[in-house]
Design a protein around this ligand. Sequence first.
Ligand code: CS2
Length: 475
Amino acid sequence: MSIEQAGTTGKAAESLPQLNRTVHAAAKPPVRIVHLGLGAFHRSHQAWFTSQAGDAAEWGIAAFTGRRPDAALALAEQDGLFTLVERADSGDSFAVVGSMVEAVDGADVQRLAELVSAPATAMVTLTVTEAAYRLGADGQLDTTASDVAGDLALLASGSGSPSTPLGRLVFALAARRAAGAGPLAVVCCDNLANNGTVARNAVAGLAQAWDAELAAWVEANVSFVSTSVDRITPRTTEADIAAVEAACGYRDNSPVVAEPFSNWVLSGDFPAGRPRWEDAGAVFVNHIEPYENRKLWLLNGAHSLLAYAGQLRGHTTVAQALADAQCLTAVETFWDEAEANLSGDAAGGADLQIPAYRAALLARFSNARIAHHLAQIAMDGSTKLRMRAVPVLLAERAQGRSGAAAALMIAAWIDYSAAAETFHDPLADEVAAANRLDGAERVRAVLALVDPAVAADDAVVELVSGLLGTCAAGS
Ligand code: CS2
């Protein structure tokens, strides 16, 4: 696809044509990838990688939204086309991404089943958020969560369509099995450690609870690929839409903005084939864990630390928070703790180049032209902290060190949970109830929602309690 440099057309917005495959000539590849979780990140990452593959002409994506149809409606009007705005420190560049050929309301479960059961479909990719896997604090599928239980009842009775992304996927996999369409890959692109295994546990857990024969088919036919995904993608604003109009001379209701950097590490089999994502820089490895941990701890961990400590200190974006010396020190100290558990044997032979990775992160986070809102990152903390803070805290303590920087991330989250006007979390009610307790009892109860083992450790409760209030502005 062409990349145009920013310029101004000077045309009034109403006279501009809307982006579609007539205004912008773009081949329409056949659907071979079905995606669940049509949002900005999918478009800046997997859709972009697919559009850049040498065999892009063979790989079209049908993408389904999660809870709301809006994104699908807007993209369907544009034949699935959208503009990727690559936002560098030095300016913007614009490219039309053509790999998405169908954008569908996630509630259309029949269309999902039809596409997943088509023999040409080689994989289902997922960006459904960390919280959607409905893992309990023990890492297993929580079949008592009301929406999971609801989907299981619907599947068992055959009386309606499932409403969770994983319920819908299991329903569609049953259709593929019935159609005899053969094996395929499920590619998890959510920020979870061992995300392929998490997806396998969630899908297999649901399938097993519904129909043991389907569970056996999944076991034999579905390859769960683990991936580490990376590209900072803030929410699109009206100003971004206007910038595309001014630079490109068409109206795009769904552009997506991202940093120039992108990274994708994958591990696993693709029994029905895959695009040549390596042409766009994707890397295929045998052991993904060190790469996952590097990204989840250094990038996402720092993000969560900045999201809570930064907002408590009055900041709005990542770049603003990082410019605050106290936040920067907290991040660097957390990185030291994380790094100590990423190098040597923990790297399993992988060359993680951590000093360069840290330096690159500082530059990426400081890109002030990317307004990456801390409130967006702060969501779903109970799930995210399990991946971003707890492993570093536990690894540090196992080495006889305090893990104070990882503990600070948790303490800042607890302070934030009590102070935030809107606290968005799958366990928001439980966190609010725990926050009504006092002192160590309160801290232990909130910690238990993140990780029961951490909550059972009196020394950690004391450590976290002592860090409460230390991020406040002016401290
Ligand atoms: C962020 C991620 O919102 C969050 O939790 O930490 O979305 C982050 O921006 C991406 O993982 C970057 O690749």
